[in-house]
Design a protein. Structure first.
Length: 637
């Protein structure tokens, strides 16, 4: 259901006037904050338990984005009374970090790690009874018979124990020397911890908490991209396998005991962030949970189902991308939770159009003809929305037209080719992989082409794309592998893709160390890219250094630091202004780059940090700051 908020009802409307510095004949004034386009949170796991009076509770973690970070709260929904309670960690005004796993212990205490902090919430007393630092974020939990809580963390795969009685933490060390994601874990009565890990080379290990012995139970031949897995059956038998496609085994006393051909239903007291427990021990079952619509349905034994409505507070998700549509409207989306929204500058209407199932977010949008096109995380799908049709998921608006799940699982760059029919998509590869490809899609014919990283810049991912006057495509890269892959390269690069042959004709390290000396390391990622009307290519590294590249001479003709104006955004920092000059929207200020001397001039200080790609509609510049949509006048004096 669309949530419509008119300007007169917006929570915040801020005007900042007359505080600008002239850049040529353009001035910036009249900043307006339209507020957050959506006010729902993301469910980070749901568990079932009982209250002190034996009424049934649905226990959920709620995540939203508040101020400058992720905020987390515990939501308790009593399915017997319908009462809803929300408890913020550490408080409502303080962001804390993402949780990725949760557990309810035998003492009816909820455990999770917002960021690198262990939190203990006592459900009977409704109090946070412990918080303390951790060597990372919990990816999995398990509880020993004596009540000790064991935690396996990202990104170092450390095993940690927490004693609830003494509130002491013991760090045992890494469960794998390289893998970062210990997604599942269990402990037997002999003191052996079993963990399934990933994502580059899946693994299954056993660790003895008494002797410190670490055993690898996965054969080297079965380790592959993906995960090892551990589960606990309701008979408390532990099962594990060394890869996604591997064979399940019963595990005991640090060994594989025998193959398990039928895996029983598993316990649900510990879950990953996206999972939902579906039953209570009395036989009551959770039939549906529509978290963003704020209702659940349950079925009690020998009764018909019933619906429970609940409520919670949330600021919404962080805006990750906006785009100026061909109809003059602003479209965008948020992440955690993912919501698509539209703002109409003529009517001042801001609409929340809801979620797209299976999509975490759209990191970047582009317009080709009447279409808005975006690549989705984490399935690497290319979605097309015809702006002349009503947004309706049931009728295929938007629709999926291509998928690059393995090679572009995390899209970061997209460009509409100047030929009027092609879309080029780039980004990071899937979990456990290093090096993203390019997807090229013809919006008229539906023909799709994939160029893998080894035919571009090996083991790097394209995070910025533009089209040169010649029709060739220029891209910039990142050496990172955010899904747990191994990093092989040392510096980000710029490359030119010959449009006719679809091959790389030239590449260069635009901010290599030798250009500055040892004091300035070459960046691992180039955060912004733009092509000026004269054909010169502007880029900015994540370290705040600007460079200008001449694609005819094939050389860097200018370098300088812009870090005094704040950090660049993750992407979209550089853009063309209404005078066709290149501008940099840094987190603190809007900067004009002189097209002759490349000298930067501050046009205006920003009232808030800029965090998503700016777009011009008429004389107004639209941009995002965290969860809010903003704009300002960008006009001739």
């Amino acid at each position: 259901m669309r949530i419509v908020t008119r300007l007169a009802l917006m929570l915040v409307l801020l005007f900042v006037a007359a505080a600008y510095i002239e850049a040529g004949e353009l001035t910036v004034t009249n900043f307006i904050d339209y507020g957050a386009p959506t006010r729902v949170g993301e469910k980070r796991g749901a568990l079932t338990t009982y209250d002190v009076d034996q009424s049934r509770l649905l226990v959920m973690l709620v995540q939203d984005f508040y101020k400058n970070g992720v905020r987390v709260s515990v939501l308790l929904v009593n399915i017997d009374t319908g009462k809803t309670e929300q408890y913020w960690f550490p408080n409502k005004e303080t962001p804390s970090g993402d949780p990725f796993s949760l557990l309810i212990s035998s003492k009816n205490r909820l455990y999770f790690t917002p960021g690198s902090t262990l939190a203990e919430f006592d459900i009977p007393t409704r109090r946070f009874t412990y918080s303390g630092p951790m060597p990372g974020t919990a990816m999995s939990f398990t509880e020993a018979e004596d009540g000790t809580i064991f935690i396996a963390t990202y990104p170092t795969a450390d095993l940690v124990s927490f004693d609830p009685d003494t509130q002491t933490i013991v760090r045992y060390g890494r469960l794998d020397p390289k893998e970062q994601y210990p997604y599942s874990m269990a402990i037997d009565d002999k003191g052996w911890i079993y963990s399934g890990l990933g994502t580059t080379r899946s693994n299954l290990v056993a660790f003895n908490i008494h002797t410190g012995t670490l055993r690898q139970l996965a054969a080297e031949s079965e380790r592959s991209t993906g995960h090892g897995h551990v589960k606990v059956g309701k008979n408390n038998v532990i099962y594990g396998k060394g890869s996604d496609s591997g064979l399940w085994y019963e595990l005991y006393d640090g060994e594989k005991v025998k193959p398990a051909y039928v895996l029983p239903q598993t316990k649900e007291n510990t879950l990953k962030w996206s999972e939902v427990a579906t039953s209570w021990s009395d036989g009551t079952r959770l039939l549906a949970l529509e978290f963003m619509d704020k209702w659940a349905a349950v079925m009690e034994p020998r009764t018909i189902g019933k619906r429970i409505d609940f409520a919670y507070d949330a600021e919404g998700g962080r805006i990750t991308s906006i785009v100026a549509g061909p109809d003059g409207k602003i479209y965008g989306n948020t992440a955690h939770p993912m919501r698509f929204f539209m703002f109409d500058p003529e009517t001042n209407v801001l609409e929340d159009w809801g979620s797209v199932p299976g999509v975490g977010n759209f990191p970047e949008f582009v317009v080709q003809d009447k279409y808005i096109v975006g690549g989705s995380y984490a399935n690497g799908a290319l979605y097309v929305y015809d702006t002349e049709k009503t947004w309706n998921l049931n009728q295929g608006h938007p629709k999926t037209v291509a998928s690059y799940a393995k090679d572009i699982a995390r899209p970061r760059a997209i460009v509409a080719h100047t030929d009027g029919e092609h879309i080029v998509l780039g980004g990071f590869a899937g979990y456990g992989l290093t090096g993203g490809g390019l997807g090229i899609y013809n919006i008229n014919t539906g023909v799709s082409q994939l160029i893998t990283h080894d035919n571009l810049i090996p083991y790097q991912s394209t995070v910025g794309l533009r089209v040169l006057p010649s029709g060739d495509v220029v891209g910039v890269t990142s050496i990172k592998a955010p899904g747990g892959g191994y990093v092989y390269a040392e510096q980000a690069e710029l490359y030119i893709l010959d449009w006719e042959t679809r091959t790389v004709s030239f590449s260069i390290k635009p901010l290599e160390r030798s250009a500055f000396g040892r004091a300035v390391p070459g960046p691992g990622e180039i955060a912004g890219l733009e092509v000026a009307p004269d054909g010169l290519v502007y880029g900015i590294g994540e370290n705040g250094y600007l460079f200008v590249f001449d694609p005819v001479k094939k050389e860097i003709i200018h370098r300088r630091s812009l870090s005094e104006y704040g950090a660049p955004m993750q992407r979209g920092t550089l853009f063309l202004g209404p005078d066709a000059h290149v501008y940099a929207l840094m987190q603190k200020a809007l900067i004009h780059i002189d097209p002759q001397t490349f000298v930067p001039t501050k046009v205006a200080d920003l009232p808030v940090p800029a965090t998503a790609t700016p777009y011009l509609v008429g004389n107004r510049l639209y941009f995002a700051s965290q969860t809010h949509l903003w704009s300002c006048d960008f006009v001739q004096r």
